[in-house]
Write a protein that binds this ligand. Structure first.
Ligand code: DLZ
Length: 175
């Protein structure tokens, strides 16, 4: 993962659990060799905002894979189902439209207890998501080119003076 650039977007609801998920994901990124300076982090008010933020980040060209992290917990109304459905289909759609891998780091739980078991302690899903992000980042690099062909448009410092529009030589397309 030493060449992988990973974006993490956190939804601010249920912060204790989302922070634990992100800490677990970042431990896995480090174990895979992802450099700290190649991790871009931002946050949004809630899970509903994750797809658009993921789209902005994907279009910035600054990352090879994005891990949106949110926790949705069912309440008394249909709100949970509506948000869960739109967030999951929205994230998939961003990945398909932009070609930047978008992980599904959203817990959709029937109770807070279910969410705690999956976010804090040995059941933390964050490390799995981190490893999956690295695998997909490398898959993308092998398919469309690595960091040197980045098209940098925002989200922090590109880290390169010569950031330029992505070029895709024919020999680099494909697996
Ligand atoms: C409004 C709301 C509610 C009730 N519950 C959650 C939740 O459990 N998890 C979460 O990430 N966000 C929640 N939100 C906020 C919405 O995702 C969204 O941020 C607001 O409706 C503003 O668009």
């Amino acid at each position: 993962g030493s060449t992988a650039r990973i974006g993490i977007i956190k939804a601010r609801w249920h912060p204790e659990m989302s922070d634990s998920l992100i800490a677990g994901a970042k431990e896995a990124l480090a174990a895979c060799g992802v450099k700290e300076e190649n991790i871009v982090e931002t946050e949004v008010p809630g899970s509903y905002e994750l797809p658009l933020a993921a789209r902005y980040m994907a279009l910035s060209g600054s990352v090879d894979a994005i891990l949106p992290v949110g926790i949705l917990i069912k309440g008394d109304t249909y709100h949970f189902e509506a948000i869960s459905d739109s967030v999951s289909s929205g994230l998939m759609s961003v990945g398909m439209q932009t070609g930047v891998p978008i992980l599904f780091g959203v817990l959709t739980c029937m109770s807070e207890e279910q969410a705690r078991v999956r976010s804090i302690g040995p059941g933390n899903h964050g490390p799995d998501w981190g490893r999956a992000a690295v695998e997909m980042a490398l898959l993308r690099q092998s398919a469309v080119g690595g960091p040197k062909s980045k098209f940098f448009m925002g989200f922090g410092d590109s880290g390169e003076d010569d950031a330029k529009p992505m070029t895709r030589p024919a020999e680099r397309i494909g697996f």
